[in-house]
Design a protein. Structure first.
Length: 132
C-alpha cells in the first residue's frame, strides 16, 4: 500500500467505527412492535376459559364457543406455521391464522369446530392436532 492508500484505509475504518454503532441504534429504535419477554407473558391479564392444553410450548384456552386463545411460550421450530380449524366431519379445514413468534394469539373459530391443527406450511406436515 502506498501512503495515500494507507491514509484512505485509516479514514474509512474510522468512519465505520463511528457509523456502524449509530446505524445499529437507529435500527433498534425503528422497530415498531415491543419485544415480548417471559415476564410480559406472565404479567398478562388472566382471561378465564376452558383450558385445553398447557405444556412448555403452548397454552390453549377455549374462551367461548367462537374464540380460542393460543399462548406460544416458545417459538416453533418451523418457519411458517398455520392454524386450521377442523369441523366434526373432518372434511373441511378452515384457515384461522399464522403462528410465528412467541406471544398471545386469539382466533375466531366456527362453533362446530371439533379440533385445531397446527401445520408447517413449507414442509406440509402436521405439527399438532388438538381436540377441543
Amino acid at each position: 500500500m502506498t501512503s495515500g492508500q494507507r491514509k484512505a484505509h485509516k479514514l474509512i475504518w474510522m468512519f465505520l467505527v463511528i457509523a456502524i454503532p449509530v446505524f445499529v441504534i437507529f435500527a433498534l429504535k425503528s422497530i415498531k412492535e415491543p419485544f415480548i419477554t417471559d415476564s410480559d407473558l406472565s404479567s398478562r391479564e388472566e382471561i378465564t376459559g376452558k383450558l385445553i392444553l398447557d405444556d412448555a410450548q403452548f397454552q390453549i384456552q377455549l374462551l367461548d364457543k367462537s374464540n380460542i386463545q393460543i399462548i406460544l411460550k416458545r417459538p416453533l421450530k418451523s418457519a411458517s406455521s398455520s392454524v386450521y380449524g377442523i369441523s366434526s366431519n373432518n372434511e373441511s379445514e378452515i384457515f384461522l391464522g399464522v403462528l410465528d413468534k412467541k406471544g398471545i394469539y386469539q382466533f375466531q373459530i366456527n362453533p362446530n369446530c371439533k379440533s385445531i391443527k397446527i401445520q408447517d406450511d413449507i414442509k406440509h406436515i402436521n405439527l399438532f392436532n388438538i381436540e377441543l
